[in-house]
Design a protein around this ligand. Sequence first.
Ligand SMILES: NC(=O)c1ccc[n+]([C@@H]2O[C@H](COP(=O)([O-])OP(=O)(O)OC[C@H]3O[C@@H](n4cnc5c(N)ncnc54)[C@H](OP(=O)(O)O)[C@@H]3O)[C@@H](O)[C@H]2O)c1
Length: 318
Amino acid sequence: MNSKRVIITGANSGIGLAAALKFAKEGHVVIMACRNIEKSRPVQQEVIKKTDNPSVILKHLDVSSFKSIEQFCDELNQEFDQIDILINNAAYFNHGSEYKLSEDGIEITFATNVAGPFLLTHFLNNLLSRSDDPRVLNAGSNIIKHFLNPKKEIDFTNLEGENMKDPSHSVYVNYRNSKMALLMLTFTMADYFKPEGINVNSIQINGATMSKESLQKVKPGWRIIARFQNLFFRPPEYTADLYYNLCTSDEYKHHTGVHFNHRAVPMQPALNNGGLLTDIKQALGSDVYPLYADREDIKEKVWNRCREMTREYITLDS
Ligand SMILES: NC(=O)c1ccc[n+]([C@@H]2O[C@H](COP(=O)([O-])OP(=O)(O)OC[C@H]3O[C@@H](n4cnc5c(N)ncnc54)[C@H](OP(=O)(O)O)[C@@H]3O)[C@@H](O)[C@H]2O)c1
C-alpha cells in the first residue's frame, strides 16, 4: 500500500480523532495537529495502541495563531520531505460565547476557521507539491444553508475588533459566516494551487455526535440544542470515513474546487427563482450549495482579507 503522510488539525476529539484512527488503521503516517499537547498526548497513545501503528505523531498547532502555524510548518519542513494530505478539520464553534480576538487581533471564529486554514495551506504548499497526489480537504457545515436566503451576507465589518461590544454579536452567526467564507476560500484555493497540482475540496458535514467535552464548549442554552441534535446525528466515524475516501480514493484524484455532500457527491450551485417547491427541496436536501458561494466579488473579498490579515507571514504574487 502507498503510505500517505496526512495532517489532521483538531485530531484529539470528534471527527478529527475518528479520522486519525481511520488513517492510522490503514497504515498511513498521521500527524495529529492539536493545540493542547497535554490533553492530546493520551489520545495519541490511544490511537497508536488501537491501530498498532507507531507512525502517529503529535504536534502542537493552534490554528487561530499565525505564529503557531509558522512554527508548526517550520518543524514539518525540517522533519518531512513531503506531505500528501492536509485536512483542515479544527474549528471554533463555542456558541453563546462573547466576542473574542485571536492573538493576532482577529475575531476568533474567523481566525480559526478561515484565516488559519488559509495560512496553513499556503505554508504547506512546498511540502504538498512534492506529493504525487496532494489533497487538501476543508471541513464545511450545512449551516451555510442560511445563505439560501438571498438576504444573508458575510459581515466583514467586525472581523478585527471594530465593534467588540456589539450586543447583536453571535458566535453562531460568525460560525455560519466562517463556514461560507471557508467554502469560498476552497474554490479560490483550488484555482490558485492548480499549477502545483494540489487539489483543494471541501465537505459539507450535516452533523456528527458531539463528545461530552465538546458540549462543554458551548453555553448551556446551546448545549441543550446540541444534546438534542446528538440523538439524530451520525457518529464521527461516518464523516471520518468520508474524509478518508475523499483524500485517498482514486475516484476523487482529479476533483478540485468541489464541495462534496455527506454522500461524497459533488454539490451543485442552487437554482434561483425555481419556485417554492424547489426552494423547499433545496433547503431540506444536500444536493446544492447557496449561489452566494459563487459570487466572485465576495470570494475575492474573503481571499484579500485573509491575505491582509496574514501579510506579515506570507506574500502572495496574485
Ligand atoms: N459536529 C457537528 O455536528 C458538525 C457539523 C458540521 C460541521 N462540523 C465540523 O466538523 C469539524 C470537526 O468538528 P467536531 O464535531 O469533531 O468537533 P470537536 O469534537 O469539538 O472537534 C473540534 C476540534 O478542533 C480543535 N480546535 C478548536 N480550535 C482549535 C485551534 N485554535 N487550534 C487547533 N485545534 C483547534 C479542538 O481542540 P480542543 O479539544 O483543544 O478544543 C477539537 O479537537 C469542524 O470543522 C466542525 O465545524 C461539525
